[in-house]
Design a protein. Structure first.
Ligand code: FEO
Length: 403
């Protein structure tokens, strides 16, 4: 059985990468990642959809050849130019010299810039909404800029309800034997989708929202992303996850990110977390910013409604690891959070509070509760921690009631 043909005339020819440690040289890959590419075989023409990272090109060519139905590939559709998908374009051209590359004007510019391919006969430029016939199947192109780069588009096979969605609905995690969510357990991929979205696409929620709106009328039988399983049975679930994340809609729960040099700020955080638990909060994720991967802190801060940031004072600034985390959240334009802050100091009392206030103003976040502790917390600080936790829980209850 050719498991690659997951529905009639559509073949999976992507590859798994279980070697790379850091995606984009930044984000850990504990379960690996897949770079997905597909073949649409029509009665007259055959199209390849996207390519894979160059390191995996040999396995990729083998996968294409193993499909074996059409030795000839007529078109290469480039939905997204980030090199984890475009890297093998030059090799594909060498292997299939007559191939035409289908892309929009931005795609073509980027191919020239990245790979110095500039023969105009090589390209077939499409506009938003254009179609190209493969015989019994037709490809339709939907421009979805900034999901995740400016040139990104999606390709839809109308008669089969197949959407090649680029990075949208993508996730970390190599494919464990299967290709679709019918062939294998995909719980890891669903859980990794939060990390993938918040780390990679998180800044572009507005554009993801626009793309979802644009696609909302389409029949979706198969969502074929550039990373992770082909979605069939879990389409509603993944659309909801991405739609919620794109609109910064988060789940009940608290993320606490702290930076502590000698344990005093950490002690305040532990005390606050105990008070929150005593008030009935069950879902609390605590990260020491010096130890937790940035990837996980960003994911939890996106996923949960309440964010507490606690910082020691360091050279008249926030603690550096905390500052880096806050910059990452600013890059991703995080919004709509219940936000609370904790500062710890020895001689510069107001530094953390002032820096947090500047940040909150810039990000249009309201500081729901604030706590400042001098050096090691004492009984008075324990009482203040209780009051801080109570204020926060009240604000969380108001938000829950308003829903
Ligand atoms: Fe998987 Fe934006 O590339």
């Amino acid at each position: 059985m050719n498991i690659r043909e997951f529905t009639k005339d559509i073949f999976y020819v992507g590859v798994n990468d279980r070697t790379t440690h850091l995606f984009e040289a930044l984000w850990p890959l504990p379960y690996g990642v897949s770079y997905n590419s597909y073949i649409v075989a029509g009665t007259e023409k055959t199209a390849l959809i996207d390519t894979v990272r160059i390191d995996e090109v040999h396995a990729y060519i083998d996968a294409i050849e193993s499909v074996g139905r059409n030795a000839r590939i007529d078109y290469l559709v480039v939905n997204h130019m980030e090199p984890d998908h475009s890297g093998s374009i030059p090799e594909i051209i060498k292997y299939y010299p007559g191939i035409k590359i289908i892309g929009n004007s931005k795609t073509i510019d980027m191919i020239k810039g990245f790979y110095h391919i500039d023969d105009p006969d090589r390209f077939l430029e499409v506009k938003d909404g254009d179609t190209i016939s493969l015989g019994d199947h037709t490809l339709k192109f939907y421009f979805t800029p900034m999901v995740h780069w400016p040139e990104t588009m999606m390709t839809y096979v109308e008669d089969l309800g197949v959407l090649f969605s680029g990075d949208a609905f993508g996730t970390f995690g190599a494919l464990n034997g299967g290709i679709t969510d019918r062939d294998m357990d995909t719980d890891i991929h669903i859980s990794e989708m939060y990390r993938y979205y918040s780390n990679i696409v998180g800044k572009y929620g507005r554009f993801v929202g626009k793309a979802l709106e644009k696609l909302s009328g389409l029949t979706l039988n198969y969502i074929c992303s550039t990373h992770g399983p082909v979605w069939i049975d879990r389409i509603n679930e993944v659309v909801k996850i991405v739609s919620d994340l794109a609109s910064y809609k988060s789940e009940p729960g608290i993320t606490i990110v702290y930076g502590s040099m000698y344990g005093n700020t950490a002690e305040v955080v532990e005390s606050v977390a105990r008070e929150l638990t005593s008030l009935g909060i069950r879902n609390i994720r605590i990260h020491n910013a010096s130890v937790s991967p940035m990837s996980d802190m960003i994911t939890d801060a996106f996923r949960y409604k309440t964010l507490i940031v606690a910082s020691a004072t360091y050279s008249m600034r926030l603690f550096p690891a905390v500052e880096t985390f806050m910059n990452a959240m600013e890059t991703r334009e995080i919004k709509d959070k219940i936000f609370a802050v904790i500062g710890n100091y020895t001689w510069a009392k107001n530094v953390v509070a002032d820096k947090m206030k500047e940040y909150a103003d810039r990000m249009k976040l309201e500081i729901t509760a604030a706590l400042t502790v001098k050096q090691s917390p004492d009984t008075e600080d324990e009482n203040a921690a209780w009051e801080f936790a109570r204020q926060l829980v009240n604000a969380m209850e108001v938000v829950e009631t308003d829903k």
